[in-house]
Ligand binder design. Structure first.
Ligand code: SF4
Length: 324
């Protein structure tokens, strides 16, 4: 057992995950390093294909062939998750790390009543059995905002709206009192009003239960409202790690500056990320040097040579850029 220092719950160091398809190797996650402290929401943000979901799947050891975690360290509650057997990892997933995904229908069993699904999760992880698990499931349905837990308990997933199903997933995710929740774009499929309710609920649950959360999103406004720290990903790299307030005041990386600059009326209507000049390169066709250099207004000769490394420019502020 490795001792975790101070307040750190999760330390991901030098994570590399690749997909081996025939002759091609797609390096989806490259040298990703970050820390999630106890009780904090870490916003993992980037455009589609930037590597944020593969990063989350790597942490949960849910990368399947032809994908493989090539190297790195994922220190969680004192253990390197990459050293655990699959059986040990099953004990961690759902129990110590709760998960919430974008499409609740695929995560729920369509032929099982929702209350039974929550109770089953509680029983599988040995938290409570029988009537105790049922009582806990009812309690959780109340905690995630259902006014009529008994009625919801006996309903099937198709009888609920998308937002209600997402509440059920949230109840399942916290049912075994995990210390970390990984939420991957949990509100993307929802309308704006429901999204705001679910975000409020999520934030409230994380705060009241004292959990940490990795919140994956392509929506910077969500990071601003939810997160304490932010990790910005581009082309499989983390290019900036920062405190949320500093990132939104003055992002370090030119990509972050471009993203913020391209969001018209940031606190207003147009809140989704808009494209900055050029497009995100395919992971199989990345340029040499800094992967952002073909789109960067500050590009220098050095940017086209070796790739810059992550550098700490101030306490808790890291950036992968030759400007620093
Ligand atoms: Fe731009 Fe160079 Fe920094 Fe890359 S390393 S973001 S190209 S200035």
């Amino acid at each position: 057992m490795i001792n975790t220092k101070d307040n750190k719950l999760l330390e991901v160091t030098g994570l590399n995950t690749a997909f081996f398809t025939g002759e091609e190797v797609i390096r989806a996650v490259n040298d990703v390093t970050f820390t999630v402290e106890r009780g904090e929401v870490f916003g993992l943000v980037g455009e589609s294909g930037s590597g944020k979901t593969v990063t989350a799947h790597s942490i949960m050891r849910l990368v399947h062939p032809p994908g493989r975690i090539v190297s790195g360290r994922i220190l969680f509650e004192g253990r390197d998750l990459l050293d655990l057997s699959e059986k040990q990892m099953e004990g961690v997933r759902g129990s110590r790390i709760g998960m919430v995904f974008q499409e609740p229908m695929t995560a729920l069993n369509p032929v099982l009543r929702i209350g039974e699904q929550i109770a089953e999760t509680i029983e599988i992880h040995g938290v409570r059995q029988g009537n105790g698990a049922r009582e806990r499931a009812l309690e959780l349905l109340g905690q995630v905002g259902f006014e009529d837990p008994e009625k919801r308990y006996i309903q099937y997933p198709h009888q609920l709206s998308g937002g209600q199903r997402q509440r059920v997933l949230m109840a399942m995710a916290v049912s075994c009192d995990p210390s970390l929740i990984v939420a991957d774009e949990p509100t993307t499929a929802l309308d704006v009003a429901t999204e705001s309710q679910i975000l409020g609920l999520t934030r409230g649950l994380v705060d009241s239960l004292g959990m940490s959360m990795i919140f994956i999103t392509h929506d910077l406004t969500i990071v601003r409202s939810m997160g304490r720290s932010v990790g910005l990903m581009y082309a499989g790299r983390m290019v900036e790690r920062n405190r949320v307030e500093d990132f939104f005041r003055e992002p370090l990386h030119p990509y972050g500056r471009g993203l913020l600059g391209s969001i018209y009326g940031f606190s207003g209507s147009a809140k989704r990320l808009k494209a900055i000049p050029g497009s995100v390169p395919k992971l199989s066709e990345l340029p040499a040097g800094c992967k952002f250099h073909p789109r960067c207004p500050f590009v220098m000769d050095v940017c086209k040579g070796d790739e810059p490394a992550m550098k700490e420019v101030a306490k808790d502020q890291w950036v992968r850029c030759y400007l620093y």
